[in-house]
Write a protein that binds this ligand. Structure first.
Ligand SMILES: CC(C)[C@H](C(=O)O)[C@@H](O)C(=O)O
Ligand code: SF4
Length: 755
């Protein structure tokens, strides 16, 4: 028998999940774990409802609210309707509550102490496991790759696809290795390391790839630190980030409520997990080597996560940049950021850095010090359980004593869909992951840093080198905490006792999931709008890295519909924030581009968040085709799910088309013949994957097509139950945990939401 060629970690997980493969390499892959939140799911549930489809695997689905919720005290919480004042945020959270009831899903609501940011909750509960495929309608799903899982963000149409079929249609990405040699020096965290890496490879450096982080420095990292790294893989443009599971991973998972049970089940799982390492000699398409010793405390200076600088360094001088586009981007960022060292706000939170280890790191700096008088500093734990653990360790008292605001769990000021926002011009040291214009509030300026650096900024009032502050702090003032920093508790005291809390639902949810319910409606495979040819005005937007926050800012994500978002498109570039008047120079405010059907733009179009609202807004404006040298993966996928066509062409050809567009000439995009027709110039051929083309040209709906593969999906599920039995029924709906163990309430105010 011929020896199999060496495989990477990604190859192994991919191959273990293929349900069915098409000739063009598109595969139907099985999804083990689906996390759901309120922003990207309402339209997906609506789709199921309209088609009369159930959720195929409620046992593999876990929902919570995180983006929209206020982080104020929940002591007075009675209902979500009365607790959330802002009508649109309230509507999204209430919609999720209705949906989880109707479809019978496990849900951590606002009065459940397990509620938190999806990417904190999944790992904390042991829902995220090595070797699994994990998805969520959220770009930072890459976080879960820290466990040796294949975890990636998806759009709302794909959320619906997973809910209905527990599978996704995917093309395999490239293998990329980022090897970090040597050890990080004292005071340097994985946040500094990942910012440094993004500075090296750029925000498009990982496009089309799954990054495996490896090497001595990665192996030495805790699970929390690995999660921060993989979380930001999406900021490097990657489809996913991953780290091979090892003893650190297994120790973290041991006894988590949803992890395999100790004994035979655990042993079998661990044996499989230990096989999930890249084989010696496995080939990567791209390899990058970084020296850990080169990494120093790192901070972003601009409006893209790649705009990084060592805290000891200086920001780039645009006059010294030869590339005119890059020079213009730097000039714009510098003008927006109006660089100064003093800061106004500090945000310690987000799915990047809101876990217990992050709060401990910040508390070590805050201990015995005071928040500078010019600064408002807030700490937002990633989940209710992180908050409880931090309180048991006395961290809240350290923070309060120092003058920090101690909040309830949620996404908070990471993107400010709730009231936690920056005011125009305010400067913030933030432990989050995106520093886009307006990300934390219109006109707000974000510097991405590690938790320790954020705490250092809070107490010094400016961006400061943490290494100058890691000497012991002065003795705390009277009334300071009695619990010394360093008395770490075990998460087991807080999480394990949750193991047997089951979530009841109002619908007749299946209690055994070894065989999945059959779809209740006939599967139709037509239904998407077809795309054959499109002729019209093309709007030139000569800019690289057009991110989805720019395409549609957060305030427009609160809708529970897909339509009517055209007015929101490029909102911050199109309208003056103070007067709401059109900015006449912006391309879509000029004739003939108000009527554009096509957009021509720069590389890495659609980077950042997974919000399908971005293609919905373009479509609603009238633009159904975007031509660019490259696209961010999730945005690219989202277009096809909406009958829209992203066309990839070489940089030089895009330049030619930009000139045509500038001249007001029409372009004709012919998908059937795969050419762009120009006025007075030769046709430009383009590539598109055959399966995607087939679906688009014929207006075929993916879900309908996938449901025709019911037999293959069932066969896969049977194989999965035999090979990895711990993955079945691992949701709170399984009823497999004994009900005899009493749940000890940790905080009186925290009650369990009963559905
Ligand atoms: C709302 C959601 C679609 C979005 C994402 O995908 O990342 C958000 O979490 C963000 O961080 O911008
Ligand atoms: S990046 Fe921010 S907004 Fe997005 S999931 Fe993470 S915490 Fe929430």
């Amino acid at each position: 028998m011929a020896p199999t060629s060496p495989r990477t970690l990604y190859d192994k997980i991919w191959e273990d999940h293929v349900v069915h493969s098409l000739e063009d390499g598109t595969s139907l892959i099985f999804i083990d774990r689906h996390l759901v939140h309120e922003v990207t799911s309402p339209q997906a549930f609506e789709g199921l409802r309209t088609a009369g489809r159930p959720v195929r695997r409620p046992d593999c689905t876990l929902a919570t609210v995180d983006h929209n919720i206020p982080t104020s005290s929940r002591k007075s919480y009675t209902t979500t309707e009365s607790f959330i004042p802002e009508p649109e945020s309230r509507a999204q959270c209430v919609a999720l509550e209705h949906n989880v009831k109707e479809f019978g899903l496990a849900y951590f609501g606002l009065d459940d102490r397990r509620q938190g940011i999806v990417h904190v909750v999944g790992p904390e509960q042991g829902f995220t496991l090595p070797g699994t495929t994990v998805v969520c309608g959220d770009s930072h799903t890459s976080t879960h790759g820290a466990f040796g899982a294949l975890a990636f963000g998806i759009g709302t149409s794909e959320v619906e696809h997973v809910l209905a079929t527990q599978t996704l249609l995917q093309k395999k990405s490239k293998n990329m290795a980022v090897r970090v040699e040597g050890r990080l020096t004292p005071g340097i965290t994985s946040k500094d390391l990942v910012l440094h890496i993004i500075g090296v490879i750029g925000t498009a450096g990982g496009t089309g790839s799954v990054i495996e982080f490896c090497g001595e420095a990665i192996e030495a990292l805790s699970m929390e630190s690995r999660m921060s790294m993989c979380n930001m893989a999406i900021e490097a443009g990657a489809r996913a980030g991953m780290v091979a599971p090892d003893d650190v991973t297994f120790a973290y998972l041991s006894d988590r409520p949803l992890a395999p049970r100790k004994g035979e089940e655990w042993d079998r799982a661990e044996q499989y997990w230990r096989s999930l390492r890249s084989d010696p000699g496995a080939k990567y398409d791209v390899e990058v080597v970084v020296k850990a010793g080169d990494v120093v405390p790192t901070v972003t200076w601009g409006t893209s996560p790649q705009d990084v600088v060592a805290i000891t360094g200086t920001v780039p001088d645009p006059a010294k940049i030869a590339d005119p586009k890059r020079r213009a981007a730097i000039e714009r960022s510098l003008e927006y950021m109006g660089l100064e060292v003093t800061i106004d706000k500090v945000f310690i939170g987000s799915c990047t850095n809101s876990r217990i280890e992050d709060l401990r790191a910040a508390a070590r700096v805050a201990y015995g010090r005071k928040v500078a008088p010019n600064v408002y500093a807030m700490i937002v734990p990633g989940s209710g359980l992180v908050k409880i653990q931090a309180e048991a360790e006395g961290l809240d008292r350290v923070f309060r004593e120092a003058g920090f605001d101690w909040r309830e769990a949620g996404c908070s000021m990471c993107l400010g869909m709730n009231p936690d926002q920056l005011s125009p011009g305010e400067r913030c040291a933030s432990t989050s992951n995106r520093n886009f214009e307006g990300r934390q509030g219109a006109g707000g300026r974000t510097h991405l840093v590690s938790p320790a650096m954020a705490a250092a900024a809070a107490v010094t009032g400016k961006l400061a080198d943490i290494r100058t502050l890691i000497a012991p702090a002065p003795a705390p003032a009277s009334g300071a905490p009695t619990v010394a920093i360093g008395e770490e508790t075990s998460w087991k005291d807080f999480v394990a006792r949750e193991a047997d809390v089951s979530v009841s639902t109002t619908s007749a949810a299946p209690t055994s999931t070894a065989s999945a319910p059959a779809p209740s409606s006939p599967s139709s495979s037509t239904g998407m709008r077809a795309f054959t040819t499109l002729k019209g005005i093309a709007a030139p937007l000569d800019m690289s890295n057009v991110d989805t926050d720019m395409l549609i800012p957060k305030q427009f994500l609160k809708t529970i519909k897909r339509t009517g978002l055209g007015v929101a498109l490029f909102n911050a570039l199109r309208y003056d924030a103070s007067t709401s008047a059109e900015i006449p120079t912006f391309v879509l405010n000029r004739e003939p581009y108000r009527h554009a059907k096509i957009m021509v733009s720069g590389a890495n179009f659609g980077c950042g968040s997974s919000r399908e609202h971005a293609p919905w807004a373009l479509d609603d404006f009238g633009i159904r085709c975007i031509i660019a040298p490259s696209f961010a993966d999730i945005f690219y996928n989202n277009c096809f799910k909406n009958g829209m066509l992203p066309v990839v062409l070489p940089e030089a050809t895009v330049r030619d088309l930009l000139r045509d567009a500038d001249a007001g000439k029409e372009l004709e995009v012919d998908l059937v013949n795969q050419v762009v027709r120009r006025d007075g110039a030769p046709d430009v051929p383009f590539d598109v994957e055959p399966f995607r083309k087939h679906c688009l040209v014929n207006g075929l709906d993916d879900i309908g097509l996938t449901l025709q593969k019911e037999e293959e999906i069932r066969a896969f599920e049977a194989r999965r139950s035999a090979a990895w039995p711990w993955l079945d029924g691992a949701g709170y709906l399984s009823g497999r945990r004994p009900a005899s163990i009493k749940v000890v309430p940790v905080v009186e105010a925290a009650k369990k939401m009963d559905w």
